[in-house]
Design a protein around this ligand. Sequence first.
Ligand SMILES: *Cc1c(COP(=O)(O)O)cnc(C)c1O
Length: 385
Amino acid sequence: MYTEKQISELGIKRNILLNPGPSTTTDTVKMAQVVPDICPREEEFAGMMKDLREDLVKIVHGDKDKHTSVLFCGSGTINIDICLNSLLPEGGKVLVVNNGAYSTRAVEICEYYGLPHIDLKFPLDEQPDLAVIEKTLKENPDIKLVHTTHNETGTGILNPIREIGALVHKYGAVFTVDTTSTLAMRPIDIEKDNIDFCMASAQKGLMAMTGLSFIIGNRAIIEKSKDYPKRSYYCNLYLQYDFFERTGEMHFTPPVQTIYATRQALDEYFKEGEEAKWARHTRVFEAIHKGLEELGFKDLIKRELQAGLVVSVIYPDDPNWSFKKIHDYCYERGFTIYPGKVSDTNTFRLCALGAIDEKDIEDFFVVLKEGLEANNIAVPVRYAK
Ligand SMILES: *Cc1c(COP(=O)(O)O)cnc(C)c1O
């Protein structure tokens, strides 16, 4: 391990990532990957994964007997795949509460596996209608699994998971929530939020590296799923859980260096603290809004519906506007902005993830303004209506 002083002397270039993950990391997390070579079948490594799994349960305030976490090697989408293919009993149907790109991804996973499912669509700039969800559950007693997304990263809208979860449980189904873009940022309480399974990958809220994803949830439900139809080998929740429980190891080769970085990131998470970290993300989010307002930009989602982490910005109506040119101008100066994920409106996104603070956003807006001016785009920006 390097000392903090040695690490700071390396002078690693600091890029400010305003894309929705991977996020800006601390140098101490980056350098935690540089370790002596180790075979991950050694006890030392298994011990580290055991602590890591328990710490993940703590982040969502789970009970260590009732809840567990299962690690996988892959990007965040692997979690959605695993939950849907592993947790649907024979004869059951999946309900996807869908108001955006990430829930649509869950629908596509159902299609790929041929899982019976209902794609319950809502407008992407509105929260899902609870009465419609309840009606659907009531009319379809074969719904055994309900999935939705906490913060729809495509737009930045926050979904009312606690209320949806209460309905799901009232009708006896299991509730899986894609919390990839909230976990370890916006506080989550797995029990109070009526979640059976939530998920994320190490590169987002935890501010670690890509390649490690995890599902946190109800142990008894995983054990029950042992007898459910097997639809995947590599991506089966019970198989991986059972292997961890028996051996302490991941079934197949884990992403070793990413796990070291995640260990360091967890230490930094607990040191910063849940509340202070959320306050910092909120400061960054407010600074993004302030900067956008000053330049005249409009955002897509009503402010009160935003999850506080992603802002979807509408392209101005200026003949000289070019997302690519603005992106490149900012990128060359160390700031990464990201395209939108909304099919009928042209948007780009600015996100409050990562090891960044208010000052970084102020610096970004200086560069953005320069970039607009350099490209002869009117400031404040203009909209036709
Ligand atoms: C980032 C993200 C994922 C995972 O996407 P990958 O492309 O697999 O990294 C899943 N769900 C949500 C809500 C996300 O924000």
